[in-house]
Ligand binder design. Structure first.
Ligand code: KG4
Ligand code: ZN
Length: 507
């Protein structure tokens, strides 16, 4: 149930003409659409709902002035904010092409349309008598600035992330200039339970979200002042929403009760400000942590995503295109670290604790299984390793021997890393990728970072590992991923729902 706003293409024209035919007295034909789509200075965006094309909006830019040509939403898809999102996405595109104001004609009797335009900052400036030839009706002419919601170039994006146990908001200008990056971690609240408790996560997000976003807007204002930027807010004011170009939010994958908090808040902001809502896949965010930190990161690339919830190898042949080459059949890498640490009574989250202990241990001390090492594909399996570690601990305890925790940690870690490095190197070779990047919480593991560099750099491939603050969940990476979607004019409608099992390949 997520309407997706994107560029309209020739393939959409039969559906567009069908909507047109039942909506207007003087409908545009498929032919007319095709000609306009190909004409200079034209911008068309379309909306999809449940895989069906349900609406569109088009405009024309001439120098600094834009004209709204057409907007329609199929009758059964109305009432979900799709028209509003189409309009705000289109206005963003017109603005990006240099227009600073827009005009349009509307039937004065079409009250919902007039209200929609007014909410987008348009106002009536005159009447065009007898404009509608079929009925002889007059047209109301409306006019408005395209920049009450700023014409920032590069655009400023406010991003929100609440997919797991971090409430985060960031403000980014352009591709990678971070103006604010706020992360409120709930880890302490979950630690006593040895893992993330979904109910606690969503409650804590609800408590934190308002302050976290407000703090990000304050930091962004402070950053612009520190830069001596001409758009800096006065005094000690936070950044104003009128200086923001889009609201970005993670809508999956993650805990549903956690995702909905950020999504609902972002939807509310988009509704109140009229800004487009850009939906981001959390895993895409982990890849973009690399784009943010390293200018050399661009497709074609291969990414290894390793977190508490995911272990996958992803091929990104071009911007916005993702192919999952393989993933874990059972536990995620971070999950395996957390579970082993729990068995050893080391606390939560286990990854950082185990990796610190492993630094003082011998990785060859215990020969743990390297599952799927020779499976010939890109799948992973970590639950067998976890069981092997538990069996080893029991065995040692029964034999009355003390467990050497650093040796155990180092041997476990080496078993995880060996398989990941071998598969990552093979994926890079097979795809011919020029860049390899690492993402997700486990990317903070120093031994994994080192082993990947050592195996992949000699292949002549650039290896990117994000700085530690960008490895764990944050909103800066969501803003970076949103930048590309925003530039493509992609947006979510206000009826969008969280998708806990959202796949990267479908975004
Ligand atoms: O990406 P993230 O912050 O949240 C999820 O989306 O899951 O990842 C958290 C996971 C936890 O399982 C944590 O134990 C693991 O990342 N982790 C590590 C290290 N630091 C965090 N695992 C291994 N070594 C580390 N140094
Ligand atoms: Zn994550």
């Amino acid at each position: 149930m997520k309407p997706l706003i994107r560029a309209m293409t020739v393939a959409d024209l039969p559906a567009a003409a069908a909507i047109e035919a039942i909506t207007f007295d003087a409908p545009w034909s498929e032919q007319l659409f095709a000609e306009d789509l190909a004409a200079r200075g034209r911008h068309w965006v379309g909306a999809e709902r449940d895989g069906e094309f349900v609406g569109y909006a088009g405009g024309w830019v001439l120098d600094d002035e834009a004209h709204l040509l057409n907007i329609a939403v199929r009758e059964d898809a109305r009432g979900h904010g799709i028209g509003r999102t189409l309009l705000s996405t289109l206005m963003g595109r017109l603005r990006e092409s240099g227009a600073t104001r827009m005009t349009l004609e509307v039937r004065p009797a079409n009250a919902p349309a007039v209200a929609l335009y007014e909410s987008a900052g348009m106002r009536a400036v005159g009447v065009r008598p007898g404009y509608y030839a079929e009925t002889g009706e007059d047209a109301l002419v409306m006019w408005g600035e395209l920049s009450p919601l700023s014409a920032n170039n590069p655009p400023i994006i406010l991003a929100i992330e609440t997919s797991c146990d971090e409430t985060a908001a960031a403000v980014m200008r352009g591709k990678r200039e971070l103006l604010a990056d706020v992360v409120a971690s709930q880890i302490d609240f979950h630690a006593r339970f040895g893992g993330v408790v979904p109910e606690i996560a969503s409650r804590k997000h609800t408590e934190a979200i308002v302050d976290v976003v407000a703090q990000a807007m304050q930091e962004a204002g402070d950053s612009l002042r520190a830069l001596g930027d001409e758009h800096a807010p006065a005094g000690s004011e936070p950044l104003s929403f009128s200086a923001v170009d889009a609201i970005a939010v993670t809508y999956g994958p993650g805990l549903v009760g956690a995702l909905v908090v950020g999504l609902a808040y972002a939807k509310g902001l988009a509704m109140a400000t009229g800004l487009p809502l850009v939906g981001v896949n959390h895993l895409e965010g982990h890849i973009f942590a690399n784009v943010l930190a390293d200018e050399q990161v661009r497709p074609p690339l291969v990414a290894l995503l390793v977190s508490g919830g995911h272990t996958s190898l992803v091929h990104m042949p071009e911007w916005g295109v993702y192919k999952t080459m393989g993933e874990t059949l059972d536990d995620a890498a971070g999950e395996a670290f957390d579970k082993v640490a729990k068995v050893l009574g080391l606390g939560y989250p286990g990854g950082p604790i185990l990796s610190r202990l492993a630094a003082d241990g011998d990785p060859a001390a215990i020969d743990f299984p390297r599952a799927m090492m020779r499976s010939g594909d890109y799948q992973f399996s970590l639950s067998g390793l976890k069981t092997a570690v538990i069996n080893h601990i029991r065995h040692e305890q029964q034999a009355g021997r003390e467990i050497d925790v650093p040796d155990l940690a180092a041997s476990f870690q080496a078993a995880v890393i060996d398989v990941q490095v071998a598969k990552a190197a093979r994926a890079v070779t097979e795809t011919g990728a020029r860049v390899f990047c690492l993402g997700g919480g486990v990317a903070a593991n120093p031994a994994l970072r080192e082993a990947l560099r050592a195996a992949i750099e000699p292949l002549g491939v650039h290896v990117s590992v994000p700085p530690l603050n960008l490895c764990t969940d944050n909103a800066a990476m969501i803003a970076a991923a949103a930048y590309h979607r925003y530039r493509n004019g992609e947006a979510l409608g206000l009826e969008a729902d969280a998708v806990p099992g959202l796949r990267l390949d479908t975004v």
